[in-house]
Design a protein around this ligand. Structure first.
Ligand SMILES: Cc1cc2nc3c(=O)[nH]c(=O)nc-3n(C[C@H](O)[C@H](O)[C@H](O)COP(=O)(O)OP(=O)(O)OC[C@H]3O[C@@H](n4cnc5c(N)ncnc54)[C@H](O)[C@@H]3O)c2cc1C
Length: 200
């Protein structure tokens, strides 16, 4: 993942490109800034002596402006990390008066871009429920509401990651055909459902 000035033409908005076993994403930011990310399934803990060259080797031939994004990024601002999610969701987020929020409760893969959003939803839900003054009831309700919502997103995020990172050529062909056949309205509706928070 890396940030740089938006010198390449990335005015088309945020987006991801899914290739066989690899993903490249570009996100324009205000003030002429942007960040990009690149993912590949590799053994845990791996590092290259020169991460910029490694990314260029893997993604430099993808369509413009991917190469320019990488070229325009100072090597020292490229970060490489393994990605983890929870192997299993906890059976409760609440014990007595202790509540798990955010990644401590429901760390998910970044494929839906919902990890921080869900931490914020947790906090907003908790604050609103605690206004009732009945702490025990508020925490029980928080647990019920938040586990249901975050479990769905945690599963979807994992599934999306598997689809995005598919490397097998048959799986890639099926995935691409399915995506091409999916009407944009369905994609928009499902994205809206992911982003929709309902106040308790
Ligand atoms: C590559 C990547 C891309 C992502 N993209 C998105 C995105 O587009 N949209 C989105 O919504 N989310 C995204 N996320 C997820 C998001 O970053 C996390 O879900 C979010 O940061 C979780 O917030 P948190 O406060 O629960 O935990 P954290 O952000 O991990 O905060 C926990 C804090 O507690 C501190 N801490 C830990 N132990 C102790 C201790 N013992 N004492 C004191 N402090 C301690 C840590 O240093 C840390 O600062 C992404 C994550 C990754 C890895």
């Amino acid at each position: 993942m890396a940030g740089c000035h938006r010198t390449p033409d990335v005015t088309r908005g945020a987006g991801e490109t899914w290739g066989p076993g690899r993903v490249f994403g570009i996100v324009p930011l205000p003030d002429n800034q942007m960040y990009w990310f690149a993912t590949e399934s590799t053994p845990e803990g791996g590092h290259e002596a020169d991460e910029k060259t490694a990314v260029l080797d893997r993604f430099g031939t993808w369509y413009p402006p991917i190469r320019e994004c990488i070229d325009n990024t100072p090597a020292e601002s490229i970060l490489r990390h393994d990605i983890y999610d929870l192997a299993k969701m906890p059976s409760t987020f609440v014990r007595n008066r202790t509540v798990l929020l955010g990644d401590a409760a429901h760390a998910m893969t970044p494929n839906l871009g919902q990890g921080a959003g869900q931490a914020i939803e947790d906090a907003a839900t908790l604050v609103l429920l605690l206004r009732s003054g009945d702490i025990t009831a508020a925490l029980a309700r928080h647990d019920r509401i938040r586990r249901a919502r975050t479990r769905t997103l945690w599963r979807q995020s994992r599934l999306m990651g598997k689809a995005a990172q598919a490397a097998n050529s048959v799986a890639v062909h099926l995935r691409n055909s399915l995506l091409r056949a999916t009407p944009p309205a369905i994609v928009s509706r499902s994205a809206a459902r992911v982003a929709k928070w309902t106040s308790p």
